[in-house]
Each structure stands twice: as C-alpha cells, then as structure tokens.
Design a protein around this ligand. Structure first.
Ligand code: XMP
Length: 522
C-alpha cells in the first residue's frame, strides 16, 4: 500500500485514483496523521499539494517520524516545499513565482541516464504547474533531476536516499505522462505490487465481513434501488446469506414502479432477503405544509430512521436475536470528504445518507456500522457490481437522491405533485434511453415547478404546472455542465410531457452549470 498524506489540495484523491488504476492499492489520510497511530506499514509515502505556504501559521506539517521510516517519499508541489523547508527553512520563496498551466519539463541526464522517476518517459514532457511558492535553494544532499524554463528545481531527488520532490502535478490529466511517473515511483522505486484487483477485493471483503459479524450476527441494511446499496447488499448476501436483511422504505417519493422493480431485482433475481415497507402516507402527511428545502430534507431523514428502527425491533422480535449491524453504502469520496485537511466549510445541503443517519442509529439503537464500499470510487463500485453479476442496466444507473422526488417538487410536496414529476421523469428518462444517450449523461431527471403558467390546450385556456428538465455531464458530481441535447430531441420530450402528464402545460430545460447551480433543485 502507498500512503498519500493530504495537505489539502483539491487533487489529492486523484493520486489515489491514478495508483489504483495501475492496480497499486493506495490510501489517503490527512496530513495530521501520526505514524505511531498507523496500524500498517506503507511501502512508500506521497505528500500531496496544498493551498498553503509553508511559512503560513497553521500550515500543515507532516509528522517527522515518516521521514525516519526508511521508505521512499515523494513530495508533490506543497509536499516538495515541505521536504525542503523541513531540511532548511530558507529553501522556499513565498509568492514571488506564481505559475499556473502547462510547462515543458526536461529530465536531467546523469551519465546518459535519466533518474529512475523519469524512466521510460519522453525526455521532454508536458507537465501541469499550479503553485505560488517555489524552491530557491536546493536542499542539502539533493540534486536536480528535471527542470522547466521557470523552475530550476521542478524535480529534485536526494543523492543517496529515496526522497523525491516535484513541483508539478502528475495526478492530473493535464500531465499526460503523470500516471507513468507515479507508476515509476510506486512500483519501480517503492516496490509496491500491482495486485489490487476487484476479484481479490471481493474475496477479502467477504472474509472480513464474516469475521466481523460472526457465525450468528444479523445485519440490517436500507436499499434504494440505486447502484451503491444494491452492490453492498449483494456483497452482504454473498458473505452471510439470509442473515443480511434488506429494507426498502417507500417514502412516497420514489420513481415510477420503483418499489416493484427493486423487489424484482433484489428479491427475485439476486435472492436477497428483502422487506418493502410502504410508509408513503406517513412521509407525505409529514411533508404537508412544509416549503423549506432544508426542513423537508431533515424531516425525511428523521422519519427514515424512525421507520428503520421500528423494522429493526420487529426483526429482533421475530428472530429472537439482536440486530447488531447496520449496512451503509458509503463510498470513498464521502470518506475523503470527511477526512480531507480543510478549514471549516459551509453546509450547502444536508445530504440524506451521509451525515446523521448512521450516528443516530449507532447512538439510539446501539447498531454498529458495516461499510464494505468505503474504500471504493464510484466506477470501482460499478465494476464490483458487474463481477457480482448484477445487470448492466442497474450497474450503470444514474444516482438518485435519498429524499427522492421530494426535492424535485419545488416547495410543498403533495401526492398529486409527486405524481406529475414522476410521470414526466419516466417519459424523459425513457426517451433518453431510446435515443441511446443514457450512458453519456451523468444524471437526468424531471422536476416540478408548481408556480403555474398560462397555456392554451384544445382551444381552452389552462393555468397549469411547469416541468423542469435537468440533465448534466459530469465526472465527479462536484462540478457539472448542462447536457447538450439537440433542439429536436428536447422539443419531442416537451410535446410528450405536455400531452401525457395531466396538470402540466409547459416544459423548460435547465441550462445552469454547477456551480453556480447544484445538480438537484433543492
Ligand atoms: P447536488 O444537488 O448537491 O447533488 O449538486 C450532487 C449529487 O448528490 C445527489 N444528492 C443526494 N444523494 N442523498 C443522496 O443520496 C441526498 O440527500 C442527496 N442530495 C443530492 C444528487 O442527486 C447528485 O447526484
């Protein structure tokens, strides 16, 4: 395993990604990690970039014990400055040499050879720079192994120890040979093995779950019909069979025929022990009169836990044994989000399944958490799903938010409004699939804007609701751009929705990027 210590750069998780792409297992931890508290020994350590200057008060500094560990170290950008600064405080100059964008790096030759870090790479390569400070002196014992026009010390290495520093970012796609460089470090210099594969992961995870839960333990997990919960549930089923109990809570805001569809896939096809709880009336009654998006989200989250806890008690009464475990489909980006080194950040939206639920279930019901996907990125979860024989249509499904259509009906939620959004969404997604565009789009849905507009239908004046269509292209759901449908396609969708969804007289397409918009409406 290669350890990545995060100094707060927005690119840090990409280092982990690039390494896993070449089958080297890598984990990211915050820069505040103490070596003495680490339970495993890394084969190498990468220090990420970060938005600070090493001289700033509060700037992160790595536990010096990592430098005594005797494994190779690679500092990237801020990580390079951290290495240099540690050796001599005057090695870095602040703020005088901002450099953003492409640069040409030339690897230095030593007796005809470039350094091991650049082996097999083109001698002159394009690299991506993004930094404020830079090195002004070579730290003692180091030499330059690569330079650019503006950075004499763009890449340096210790002459005898395996300690490296680079000013550019090899983890971003703007550095085309960056993946190979990271491979040179991880495999060539650290000697990490390229054995991180999904089938190995499945075997290890099943054993881990069995050991954790023991021979009689019961696990309860909420499923939604989405990729993550389905894959997590299938893995649990493979590990402990029917001692894993899945629950689908119908909150009255699911997509068209979703409860039946989930029953078909999870219960009949995948053989998972599933209970569907129709709590739609309770949810819709509680949402009555509530217009505020955050209050809607909080109510749905809270109600969800109430219903889930009640089900846990029921299962215990029926089986005579305690439910001790709670399955959650947390993914690595959520983990990264919670462990990245950052200052206080503002809550934009209270996400349904990330904060809150687990804490309440653990505190209130004494449930312990199982998170089999917490080391995986979304596309790795998809790959895992494929290996567990889950149908491609499900594995490739767009994400769907926990609060469901409730946050796609603007303002107060009623059964009738949910019904309109649901029908429109079904038509829109169906047409996207027919046109062969589904896999090209990150996420798409129809929402209902209940502030009505005037129209004329069948020679009569109508005063009816507006449907908002949203579809986005995205890599990571952190930023997104509107999907560029053809005018013709959108007109066809609009015509069908107005004709087929009663109570709707207009259709609009949302052209907002994220930021400033978010992907969901509320
Ligand atoms: P936003 O609207 O924040 O959405 O740009 C980013 C991604 O998160 C999904 N989303 C949620 N997922 N529970 C979830 O499981 C939630 O409460 C929730 N809110 C938003 C959204 O669909 C998009 O994929």
């Amino acid at each position: 395993t290669i350890l990545v210590l995060d100094n707060g750069s927005q690119y840090t998780h990409l280092i982990t990604r690039r390494l896993r792409e070449i089958n080297v297992y890598s984990e990211m931890l915050p820069c505040t990690q103490k070596l003495s508290e680490l339970t495993w020994k890394p084969k190498g350590v990468i220090l990420s970039g970060g938005p600070y200057s090493v001289y700033e008060e509060g700037a992160p500094h790595i536990d010096p014990a990592f430098f005594e560990l005797g494994v190779p170290i690679l500092g990237i950008c801020y990580g390079l400055q951290e290495i240099a600064h540690r050796l001599h405080a005057d090695n870095v100059v602040a703020g005088t040499a901002r450099e953003y964008g492409h640069a040409d790096l030339k690897a230095t030759r030593f007796g005809g050879h470039v350094d091991k870090l650049f082996e097999g790479l083109e001698e002159s390569m394009t690299v991506w720079m993004s930094h404020g400070d830079k090195l002004c002196n070579l730290p003692e014992g180091f030499h330059t192994i690569g330079e650019t026009k503006n950075s004499e010390y763009a890449a340096i290495a210790h002459k005898t120890e395996p300690v490296y520093g680079i000013q550019f970012h090899p983890e971003v796609t703007h550095t085309p040979q960056g993946g190979q460089l990271l491979k040179n470090f991880a495999v060539g210099i650290c000697g990490a093995q390229q054995t991180w594969t999904m089938s190995e992961f499945i075997g290890k995870e099943i054993t881990r779950i069995r050991n954790l839960v023991g021979p009689t333990g019961q696990v309860l997990g909420a499923v939604s019909g989405g990729v993550d919960s389905t894959v997590a549930a299938t893995l649990l089923k493979a590990a402990i069979g029917d001692r894993f109990k899945a629950v689908l809570i119908d909150n009255g805001c699911l997509r068209l025929n979703e409860a039946e569809k989930v029953q078909e896939t999870l219960s009949r096809v995948l053989g998972i022990n599933l209970t569907v709880i129709d709590a739609s009336e309770q949810f819709l009654a509680g949402l009555k009169g509530e217009h505020d998006p955050e209050k809607k989200r909080k109510f749905i989250g809270g109600k969800f836990i109430d219903v889930f806890e009640e089900e846990a008690r029921k299962i215990e009464a029926e089986s005579g044994g305690k439910v001790e475990w709670f399955l959650q489909g947390t993914l690595y980006p959520d983990v990264i989000e919670s462990i990245s080194f950052k200052g206080p950040s503002q809550t934009i939206k209270t996400h349904h399944n990330v904060g809150g639920i687990a804490e309440r279930l653990m505190a209130g019901h004494g449930l312990k958490l199982i998170e089999p996907l917490r080391e995986l990125f979304k596309d790795e979860v998809r790959e895992l799903g494929r290996q567990l024989n889950i149908a491609e249509e499900l594995v490739g499904r767009h994400p769907f938010p926990g609060p469901g259509l409730a946050i796609r009906v603007l303002g107060e939620v009623t059964k009738e409004k949910v019904e309109m959004a649901r029908k429109a969404d079904h038509i829109f997604i169906g047409m996207i699939r027919e046109a062969g565009l589904y896999d090209d789009i990150g996420q798409a849905y129809a929402a209902l804007d209940p502030s009505r507009a005037v129209g004329v239908m069948g020679d009569k004046r109508v005063y009816a609701n507006i449907i908002l269509l949203r579809a986005i292209s995205t890599k990571d759901f952190m930023t997104a751009t509107p999907y560029p449908f053809s005018y013709e396609f959108l007109s066809k969708v609009a015509t069908r929705i107005v004709n087929e969804v009663e109570g709707v007289c207009r259709v609009a397409y949302d052209f907002t990027s994220k930021p400033p918009g978010t992907i969901e409406m509320e």
